[in-house]
Design a binder for this molecule. Structure first.
Ligand SMILES: [Zn+2]
Length: 303
């Protein structure tokens, strides 16, 4: 039973938006590509998981905090007597694993996923304990790309390669766990602790004036468009939606990129590329947000 769907992280969404609105510096571009690759790998993992028809509870992509430390879990599976914690790695090509470190073919050392998962296990154990649950955690690092090769002298029981994943998931689904209210309660409590607005402090620096304005297509990220009285069409891929929904999406994107900025009709009018009237934008802002009136200006915030 899927208790929490996977969503793109704040970093992923910000880099995505910036990538189509400015020239991202090379370093940020690489970060964006890594986000895309990681997300694609996690989605691939989700497909395998859903095909295996688990009777246990599944929570995808949790951002949790333990004593001011934020940690992220790719997938969590709650059974009757244990919790499985999956860290999905979408590494391509070949890597070497020796002396408990990971190296690329060209000899570069990469962040050790074993250390990363060890940290997540410790934090998750403590979070669950604080919620009143003392369950064993089984961590697994899933290498999802079938082309991935790991050269290693020693096998590691935490590694799960893409060809081993179906068997592992089938073994779990064969156990046909009967989930009790206690497990459901744990799942819901963990879901409630998920911080979907977590903003890491290594986000790129950008300013409103430097970004290309206009409504981005949610499919192909183009800003070229055609429209009728009520409908917005992407001129590049043909995606179609109401103008209201296109403006609403753009407002959400503005809030994501500029959470500290005052949201005024004029700002959103500019952000949407000055193609729809301020009156039309005001109506949408009034409907979805809380309106603040001051002598100098009117601005809007979350309801
Ligand atoms: Zn499009």
């Amino acid at each position: 039973m899927l208790l929490k769907e996977r969503t793109k992280s704040v970093t992923h969404r910000i880099l995505e938006s910036l990538n189509y609105r400015m020239n991202l510096p090379d370093e940020e571009k690489i970060k964006y590509e890594n986000q895309l690759k990681g997300f694609a790998g996690e989605k691939q993992f989700d497909v395998c998981m859903s095909r295996s028809h688990q009777s246990c509870l599944i929570l995808n992509d949790l951002v949790l905090t333990h004593r001011d430390t934020v940690f992220q879990i790719d997938s969590l599976l709650i059974t009757t007597d244990a919790v499985y914690l999956y860290e999905v790695k979408n590494y391509a090509s070949s890597y070497f694993y020796r002396e408990e470190s990971f190296f690329t073919e060209s000899g570069y050392k990469i962040l050790n996923p074993l250390r990363q998962i060890d940290r997540s296990v410790t934090f998750l154990y403590n979070v669950m304990l604080s919620l009143g649950y003392r369950l064993p955690i089984h961590p697994l690092i899933v290498f999802i790309d079938p082309e991935f090769n790991l050269y290693s002298l020693l096998p590691n029981k935490l590694f799960l390669f893409s060809n081993q994943l179906p068997k592992h998931l089938n073994t779990l689904s064969d156990q046909n766990f009967s989930i009790t209210d206690k497990q459901v309660e744990l799942g819901k409590k963990l879901k409630a602790l998920h911080n979907e607005n977590y903003r890491p402090d290594n986000l790129p620096i950008y300013h409103f004036d430097q970004l290309q304005k206009g409504i981005l297509c949610p499919i192909c990220f183009s800003t070229s468009y055609r429209d009728t009285r009520q409908t917005y069409f992407c001129a590049a891929c043909g995606h179609k939606e109401t103008i209201i929904s296109a403006i609403e999406r753009s407002i959400v994107e503005f809030r994501l990129l500029f959470p500290e900025s005052l949201m005024t009709t004029n700002r959103i009018y500019q952000w949407c590329g000055a193609i729809y009237s301020k009156e039309r934008i005001r109506v949408i802002l009034k409907k979805n947000y809380h309106r603040h009136l001051s002598r100098q200006m009117t601005y809007y915030s979350e309801k």
